[in-house]
Design a protein around this ligand. Sequence first.
Ligand SMILES: C[S@@+](CC[C@H](N)C(=O)[O-])C[C@H]1O[C@@H](n2cnc3c(N)ncnc32)[C@H](O)[C@@H]1O
Length: 432
Amino acid sequence: MATPDPRLTAVRVLNRVLPGQGDGESLREVLRDFPLEGADGGLMRDLCFGVCRYLRPLNHWLNQQLDKPLKPSVQPLRLALLAGLYELWFSERPAHAVVNAYPDLCRKLKAGWASGLSNAILRKASRLSADQALADLPPAIRFSLPGWLWKQWQQDWPEQAEALAEASLQPPPFTLRVNRQQHHREALLAQLPEARPGRLTPFSLYLPPRPVNQLPGFADGALSVQDEAAQLPAELLQCPADGRILDACAAPGGKTGQLAERFPEAQLVALELEDKRLARVAENLQRLGHQATLMQGDASQPQSWWDGTPFDAILLDAPCSATGILRRQPDVRWHRKRSDLTALADLQARMLDALWPLLKPGGMLVYATCSVLRQENDRQVEAFLARQPDAQDVTPRPEEATMVAAGWQLFPRAQGPDGFYVACLQKAWGAR
Ligand SMILES: C[S@@+](CC[C@H](N)C(=O)[O-])C[C@H]1O[C@@H](n2cnc3c(N)ncnc32)[C@H](O)[C@@H]1O
């Protein structure tokens, strides 16, 4: 059987993710349907991630070259041209090979009429560097952000917005969590000379990217793929060793597994709204060799699943805008709308209010998001603290942390952690 053309496959994936360049499927989910391996898989994924990442400046330049706009019906052709521009400006592949690949791709897309157009556009692009082609663009286009998000970042973080936008365009590092029940991080670092330790959390390490099945002991749970900042909430959660812990929004189970590694004697309950996603938590726990009580339910409506036994600790890793991890999920910047934020912030507030009564006096609730928007983060927690006089912000944060109203806001850093927010909220001992 002929192997699928990686560029053609990339266009097919992108056409499901960016159909009208706004409201398509999630890139991560669609890629599951195209399990291309080896170098072809690498090229296909690079094009998909690259076009999603640089969509706005690539489209801007392409539009300037066209005498007549491309019709929406030839969206696959547009995506192919964007992939060509991305390859020329942001990959190491030789320009002549890139330019020559695209007329053939046009024919495969049944757009043979556009072979000449493709040739002319890509030849012109090949004489420019990305910097030359994309110089002097307005910031929202240069940083490849929807206008509303750029405005919101400027409003939320006037001093950090540019660095945040730059960091959100960089490819993410490959970060792992060492299973402390199986290994000392230092011993693994000694075995893996190309690895370096993370600085935020005690079991994180960075490696040059590779397929997970090439990681030593991965199948037996020695390592898990997890960003360093994403490891913070479960590390900061305080709970007696044999306590009862609720992981309230558990899937796919990254933090459930981490909690099981950190508190192996605890009774761990993993709650998730979506049945299908709960199965992923079970798979993750099985690989790590841990157990938890898995429950399908809505964290904002405990009356439908809670048995009345209070928890010593609760982790609420809430659904959010995911604006702190745009470098890992670059399609999110095109799917997320300004109007989504109100609904998300409302759900987060309802979850906080609904889960707080489930916590024992003296217990801790850790609220976390992978967002860099204040409405979902410190402003959300500030409002919660105003509603709950028996809640106290006890988040440990280093002196150099950005000043926020409550909790700790982290920004994405090149070769470092993702953008993340965490707040440790303690319930007063005298509370009911
Ligand atoms: C940020 S993700 C959690 C990631 C997870 N904690 C991890 O570390 O792998 C948020 C999860 O919350 C789930 N979710 C959304 N609404 C929910 C609700 N009302 N109740 C419980 N879970 C919900 C989503 O399906 C999603 O799996």
